[in-house]
Design a protein around this ligand. Structure first.
Ligand code: GUN
Ligand code: ZN
Length: 432
């Protein structure tokens, strides 16, 4: 049974960080053979129970939960850094042409392998990802995630209109394909399926209706889409669905608002939209590097908390500019601070970290499963080096408390901080 001695970060149920400077993490298999956390806490209190076990001692390192990315596009790995005058030209000029390449299984497989490795290299151990409209892309990503024993949720993109040849799908076939992929993959090992209408403007009423029917038939399958990201997009959605109360209301009208429904962006909301999120249990994937890169706007944290709907953090690569959770947390801090279009506030480092780990897991309906290192959680974790760069080492050595330590990592950290990522039994990266 692996026992680690190191600094240890985890989260209480209320989202507060628990930190043991000299901590113990014990891991062992459950009845199904999956590695779970058996014990986590202070070395002094717990070590007598493990006196006969070999201990991996990692002085100067921090064990922390693997990060959870609530929204990322695997076929946009190579779209990162494509400049455009906002979302819609970016989709038309870069994203759709690139995604058409994923009709080929072999190409999909090559990118899937790189994508999963890049997630793990950055310390991301759970992701909710878009594939493309081609079933081959879904098979490729699930196959690779399964090989790496990673917890991953994805789905075939539904887009049967306002999309060019090469990515546009057929309404009836798209729903047949979705049903077949759910049956093939959902619940296999650590994999989950997400019904994936790209966004309301690229689906017909019939396709959205079919997606809603599948969502009702498979209540533990996820739903993922985009909403209220950009003002041109919102205008377009309102023209196409004039009877809906709002852009978000379109998804409600088609039965796509429920628990396990994850909507990226959720920027340009009114309080009725926020209440709809809260009342249906749908959650937001806040994607700050993407929103800053595409100039979409700023997620209103105070508005979300005032009404009380769930959210967590996401990279939204390739609108987003980085796989690194450290970059995403820093961008979320900038977005929170922005005070010209909405109330500005200072998100605490503990809160930012929670939003990318236990908070994101909670929003996905996976609280107590991933995103934390409390007993019973699946044992996905990262080994962080708080002295990975000269400046970071100076700054973290001067930290007087946990907030200062976490903030130094958020502001100065990136993939260099992630010394190792441990996925259940498998190991990724240099040995600690
Ligand atoms: N809206 C519809 N498709 C996309 C996409 O691929 N990325 C982003 N950021 N927004 C979208
Ligand atoms: Zn997206």
């Amino acid at each position: 049974m692996p026992v680690y001695r190191s600094a240890l970060l985890r989260f209480a149920d209320d989202g507060c960080a628990l930190y043991d400077e000299d901590g113990l993490l014990a891991i062992g298999p459950d009845a199904q053979g999956r590695q779970r956390v058996l014990a986590a806490g202070a070395w002094q209190a717990l070590s007598p129970q493990y006196a006969h076990e070999p201990v991996t001692h990692l002085p100067g390192r921090i064990l922390a939960p693997g990060f959870v990315d609530m929204h990322i596009h695997f076929p946009q790995t190579d779209v990162i850094g494509s400049p455009a005058d906002g979302l819609l030209p970016w989709l038309e000029n870069y994203t759709f042409p690139h995604e058409s390449r994923f009709v080929e299984s072999e190409y999909s497989g090559q990118v899937a392998q790189f994508f999963i490795e890049e997630l793990l290299r950055n310390g991301v151990t759970t992701a909710l990802a878009f594939s493309t409209s081609h079933p081959a892309s879904v098979d490729a990503l699930f196959t690779e995630a399964q090989r790496q024993q990673m917890r991953l949720i994805t789905g075939k993109v539904l887009q049967d209109r306002h999309s060019p040849d090469g990515v546009r799908d057929d309404t009836e076939q798209s729903l047949i394909d979705t049903d077949a992929l759910i049956q093939r993959w959902h619940g296999v090992d650590r994999l989950g399926y997400a019904i994936t209408p790209r966004f309301a403007p690229t689906s017909t009423h019939e396709q959205l209706r079919g997606a809603g029917e599948l969502a009702a038939r498979y209540p533990d399958v996820w739903i993922q889409s985009h909403v209220a990201e950009n003002r041109d997009e919102i205008r377009w959605a309102r023209e196409l669905f004039p009877a809906a109360r709002s852009y978000l209301g379109v998804y409600d009208d088609f039965g796509l608002m429920r628990e396990r429904a994850v909507y990226a962006h959720c920027i340009h909301f009114d309080d009725d939209d926020r209440a709809l999120m809260r009342d249906t249990g749908a959650v937001a994937a806040v994607s700050p590097t993407s929103n800053l890169f595409l100039g979409s706007g700023f997620f209103d944290y105070a508005g979300a908390d005032r009404v009380g709907f769930g959210y967590g953090l996401a990279s939204d690569v390739g609108g987003g500019t980085s796989f690194s959770p450290f970059h995403t947390m820093l961008a979320a801090y900038y977005v929170g601070r922005e005070g010209q279009t909405k109330q500005g506030l200072s998100l605490s480092p503990q809160r930012l970290w929670w939003q990318h780990t236990a908070g994101a897991a909670k929003a996905l309906g996976l609280a107590g499963v991933v995103g934390n290192l409390q007993p019973g959680c699946e044992a996905d974790f990262v080994v962080l080096n708080p002295e990975a760069t000269p400046l970071l080492a100076r700054k973290t050595r001067q930290a007087r408390n946990l907030d200062e330590l976490l903030f130094a990592l958020i502001v100065l950290g990136d993939d260099r901080v992630v010394q190792e990522t441990v996925i259940s039994q498998a190991k990724y990266g240099s040995s600690a």
